[in-house]
Design a protein around this ligand. Structure first.
Ligand code: RB5
Length: 153
């Protein structure tokens, strides 16, 4: 699978560990940064991963910041992105089964690397269930469409 990863400084080490883990499993990884522990701003990395996912250049995205929340909010501003903050493997599975989450968000300051890697694996290995959940996901897309800026003219 082709997967984009991104983080701010607070989750740089987690992002690096996830990238190595994904490559070990044979995935192709697009790393949008950050590339050091130097303080930086999470929104741009969330947007960069979100754009890659929404445009279809990658199949999934993984974003990490201190809590996982700020960068997920940023990624979710890109139309078509469904980013989900996950704190255990069951929540990760459910965000795939029920929400068709296409971006996983993780908290670098609150989840140990081995646990985070288990969450990544559970999330990547679970397919969307469809059925009644497809209708609900399409309702989310309708909300997004209703709030798109109108074209001029
Ligand atoms: C950075 O200090 C921190 O605010 C950021 O990583 C994230 O947790 C924001 O949601």
């Amino acid at each position: 699978m082709r997967i984009a990863v991104g983080s701010d400084h607070a989750a740089f080490e987690l992002k690096e560990a996830i990238e190595a883990h994904l490559k070990d499993q044979g995935h192709e990884v697009v790393d949008v940064g950050t590339h050091s522990l130097e303080s930086t701003d999470y929104p741009s990395y969330g947007e960069a991963v979100g754009k890659l996912v929404a445009s279809g250049q990658v199949e999934r995205g993984i974003v990490c910041c201190g809590t996982g929340v700020g960068i997920s909010i940023a990624a979710n501003k890109v139309p078509g992105v469904r980013a989900a903050v996950c704190w255990n493997t069951e929540v990760a599975r459910l965000t795939r089964l029920h929400n068709d989450a296409n971006v996983l968000a993780l908290a670098g300051r609150f989840i140990a690397v081995p646990h985070a890697l288990m969450i990544v694996d559970a999330w990547l290995q679970t397919e969307f269930e469809g059925g009644r959940h497809a209708r609900r996901v399409s309702l989310i897309a309708e909300i997004e469409a209703r709030h798109q800026p109108k074209a001029d003219g």
